[in-house]
Design a protein around this ligand. Structure first.
Ligand code: ADP
Ligand code: MG
Length: 227
C-alpha cells in the first residue's frame, strides 16, 4: 500500500472538526478521487499527506513510513516523493515556464545535468513545448495549470496530489487537464485528486472516496456510486 490512513481525526485549534475517524488505503498506481461538498474535509486530508497538518488522532503511512511520527528533519524528504498541484496554480509570476519547473528541482538539490534533461521532458509531457520562455501572465488558465503539473512531476514523485486542480477552469479546459492527469497515471504515477465537480468525477469512472462532514460515506470503484 502506498497510502494508509488509520482512524484519523482532525480537530483544528478553533474547534472545527474537519476529519472524523477516517481509514483509507490507496495502492501504488491507483487514480483516486476525494469527492464531497465544500467543507467536507478534502483539503485537510490532502494536507496531512505532505504533513502540512498533523492529525489530532490516528496514524498515516506513506510507503509504510509514518508521516505522523517522522522527525521534522525528514519532512523535506517526504515532500520530495510528492508532487502537489493547486487550484490557483501557485506559479512564480516573474519566472518563465522553464524557470518555474527548474526552480522546483533546484530547491530539492537536483543536479544541473538532471535539471537540463528533465525540464524539457516534463514541459513536453504536459503539452507546453514552445512555451518554455513564456511568463505565467502570458498563458491561459489551462496552460498555467499545465505548468503546475509539469512542476509537480519534475522530481519524479511517487504520488501526485491535486487539490481542486480544475476549480478555476472552464469545462473544456478541465476535461483536457483530466486527460493529462489520466495520462500521467497510465505512465505509473499514483494520483489523488480532490474535487467537488460531480460531473467531471463521474465521467472519469475511477475510484471515488466520498467525504461528508469529515467522514468517509462511500468508497467505490469506477465512479459507480455517482451513476
Ligand atoms: N486552518 C483551519 N482552521 C480551522 N478550521 C479549518 C481550517 N481548515 C479547514 N477548516 C475547517 O475544516 C473543515 C474542512 O475543511 P476543508 O478540509 O478545507 O474541506 P474541503 O476541502 O472539503 O472544502 C471545514 O469546516 C473548515 O472550515
Ligand atoms: Mg478544499
Amino acid at each position: 500500500m502506498l497510502v494508509q490512513f488509520y482512524n484519523v481525526s482532525k480537530i483544528y485549534p478553533n474547534g472545527a472538526k474537519a476529519l472524523d475517524d477516517i481509514s483509507i488505503q490507496i495502492d501504488r498506481g491507483e487514480f483516486v478521487f476525494l469527492m464531497g461538498p465544500s467543507g467536507a474535509g478534502k483539503s485537510t486530508l490532502v494536507k496531512m499527506l505532505f504533513r502540512e497538518e498533523l492529525p489530532t488522532r490516528g496514524q498515516i503511512f506513506l510507503a509504510s513510513r509514518s508521516v505522523v511520527r517522522m522527525k521534522r528533519s525528514d519532512v523535506p524528504k517526504l515532500r520530495r516523493n510528492m508532487g502537489i498541484v493547486f487550484q490557483d496554480f501557485k506559479l512564480l509570476e516573474r519566472k518563465t515556464v522553464a524557470e518555474n519547473v527548474s526552480f522546483a528541482m533546484e530547491v530539492v538539490g537536483a543536479s544541473s545535468k538532471d535539471i537540463r534533461t528533465r525540464v524539457p521532458e516534463v514541459i513536453n509531457m504536459v503539452g507546453l513545448k514552445g512555451k518554455e520562455n513564456s511568463f505565467p501572465g502570458e498563458l491561459s488558465g489551462g496552460e498555467q495549470q499545465r505548468v503546475g503539473i509539469a512542476r509537480a512531476l519534475s522530481n519524479r514523485p511517487l504520488l501526485l496530489i491535486a487539490d481542486e486542480p480544475t476549480g478555476n477552469l472552464d469545462l473544456n479546459t478541465s476535461q483536457e487537464i483530466m486527460e493529462l492527469l489520466f495520462d500521467i497515471n497510465r505512465k505509473g504515477t499514483t494520483v489523488i485528486m480532490a474535487s467537488h465537480a460531480r460531473e467531471l468525477v463521474r465521467a472519469a469512472r475511477k475510484r471515488v472516496i466520498m467525504l461528508q462532514n469529515g467522514r468517509v460515506v462511500d468508497d467505490s470503484p469506477n465512479g459507480e456510486s455517482l451513476l
